[in-house]
Design a protein around this ligand. Sequence first.
Ligand SMILES: Cc1cc2nc3c(=O)[nH]c(=O)nc-3n(C[C@H](O)[C@H](O)[C@H](O)COP(=O)(O)O)c2cc1C
Length: 199
Amino acid sequence: MRLPPPDVIGQVTLEKAIKSRRTIRSFASNPIPLKSFTQILWAAQGIIESGGFRRSVPSGGALYPIDVYAVVGEGGVQEIESGVYHYEPRTHEITLVKEGDFRRELAKAALGQMWMAGAPVTLIVTAEYKRSSSKYGERGVRYSMIEAGHVGQNIFLQAEALGLGAGIVGAFHDQEVIWVAKLSQGHEPLLIMPVGFRN
Ligand SMILES: Cc1cc2nc3c(=O)[nH]c(=O)nc-3n(C[C@H](O)[C@H](O)[C@H](O)COP(=O)(O)O)c2cc1C
């Protein structure tokens, strides 16, 4: 599915977004507008140069080992069916990985942090280490993790700038998350970020 183009002008200053960012653990059930969902995916991993390949976050050697998946709940994002989706930066599209609402399963995989299931949509930030390790060896793992941190902060700040809030979760069983979200082979989950309107 093709996504609407991202905006590059917003209503909230960067300083205000930094100041108001918190880890949010309680969300309203209102669906997120498609435009906001799209904007957050773009902030996480979107292409920022026309005709080029460079993304919204820095990457060691511009090798881009990070992927973003979205676990969309029933009625979680306007105009989108529930399911697990993969964001394709090059084409600014999402592709359906798995149909259905997997928010509860994902929360269970995160050591039963059931508050996560209340978020209309949850992003999973993954790394495929070999993309970076092919050039940097073991250090590619470190670079990938650093890059995931950049992605996480972009998600946080973009959510704030859109009047939404985000949480961040690092406590989960890797294999269960891989299974629940049907992550591609070699894509290791590093961060899980529930997103929605604050309660
Ligand atoms: C790598 C990482 C892992 C985290 N894992 C969890 C988690 O599993 N569950 C949770 O509720 N919060 C988690 N947090 C959020 C922290 O508890 C939170 O950032 C911290 O308390 C500071 O609060 P603030 O983000 O609102 O400023 C994590 C944060 C980071 C950076």
